[in-house]
Design a binder for this molecule. Structure first.
Ligand code: PEP
Ligand code: MG
Length: 324
């Protein structure tokens, strides 16, 4: 099936009426770099840096991280690579760092953890900045932002790291800084957060989890976890509108970007950049190329009036079946 789609590799992900979607890939393993490129990814929308940390025996040094990041950036030149700083906590644990909390999803996660361990954060951003030398395609993404001081402090650390490295003789560049929107407070505070960032990326997995108060990995409540829940749809609409007003580039990098129905909803909402696993790129591209965005708009209007995710899904499902 995937092989039959190889011919699409160099074709744009563009609807029949010319709505162009940028297809980026999610990765974290070096082994993923090639499949992403082979399937036509236009860059990396989410590099999960915790993955190389998870396969190490202890926190990797600046030099060890440098070597890994260089390979990822070099593989994708000239396409952009959004490297997310360490996002541990919640379901993501390191074998060499004990973290035991009653409520890990509401605890020491992502940027909260790294701002409390600035040595780790600074080591990581130094490695990223150095890896960018000669490549020039690094973007840095901050996970689990819930407060303005998190992004302002983060920017402070970046500026200091850039200045320090230049003093040490490394010709580093200040990269674009983005933040994940995966906590409802980040969505509600967007106008105050926007001055500190160059772009945003929606983590639909955590955003769904925190909007609905449904553990993303708990099988008992998995029937309640749906990125097409009407409240999530409302949030996605709100974020898209705010980003347009704020002139802030936005991309979606959670699992919903691999769900064909959700992709049609995102297109209708006006999202023109998504990031997904390399494996799913060809069929999502085929889907995008098979539809007219204009035809999605009345469906979106109906979806906004729905009370349940099943109704929203049913509206778009026939188009998916026609295309795939
Ligand atoms: C998300 O939360 O949607 C996301 C992309 O980040 P992760 O899945 O790594 O938490
Ligand atoms: Mg997340």
């Amino acid at each position: 099936f995937i092989q039959g789609l190889e011919r699409l590799r160099n074709e744009p992900a563009e609807s029949l009426d010319g709505f162009r979607v940028r297809l980026l890939t999610n990765t974290g393993l070096l082994a993923d770099a090639t499949p992403g490129l082979e399937r036509g990814a236009e860059g990396v929308g989410l590099y999960r840096s915790e993955i190389p940390f998870m396969v190490h025996q202890s926190f990797p040094t600046e030099e060890e991280q440098l070597r890994i990041y260089q390979k990822v950036l070099a593989a994708y030149v000239p396409h952009p690579v959004s490297m997310r700083t360490l996002d541990i906590g919640g379901d993501k644990q390191l074998p060499y760092f004990e973290m035991s909390e009653q409520n890990p999803y509401l605890g020491w996660r992502g940027i909260r953890f790294t701002l409390d361990n600035t040595q780790l954060l600074v080591t990581q951003i130094r490695a990223m900045l150095r890896a960018d030398i000669g490549n020039g395609n690094l973007q840095v993404l901050v996970p689990m932002v819930s407060r303005v001081d998190e992004v302002s402090s983060f920017r402070g650390h970046m500026e200091k790291a850039v200045a320090d490295l230049r003093k040490e003789g490394h010709p580093v560049r200040m990269p674009q800084i983005g933040m994940m929107i995966e906590v409802p407070s980040a969505m509600l505070l967007l106008p105050k957060l926007a001055p500190w960032v160059d772009f945003v990326s929606i983590g639909s997995n955590d955003l769904t989890q925190y909007l609905l108060a449904v553990d993303r990995n708990n099988p008992r409540v998995s029937a309640l976890f749906d990125h097409l829940h009407p409240a999530v749809l409302h949030a996605l609409m709100n974020i898209q509108q705010q980003c347009q007003t704020l002139n802030l580039p936005v991309s979606v990098c959670g699992e919903m970007a691999s769900d064909p129905v959700a992709v049609l909803v995102l297109m209708a909402l006006g999202y023109n950049s998504i990031s997904l696993s390399a494996y799913n790129i060809p069929r999502i591209k085929l889907l995008i190329r098979s539809v007219e965005r204009q035809a999605l708009l009345p469906l979106l209007e109906q979806a906004q009036a729905c009370s349940h995710e099943e109704e929203i899904r049913a509206l778009f499902q026939p188009l998916v079946e026609q295309a795939l």
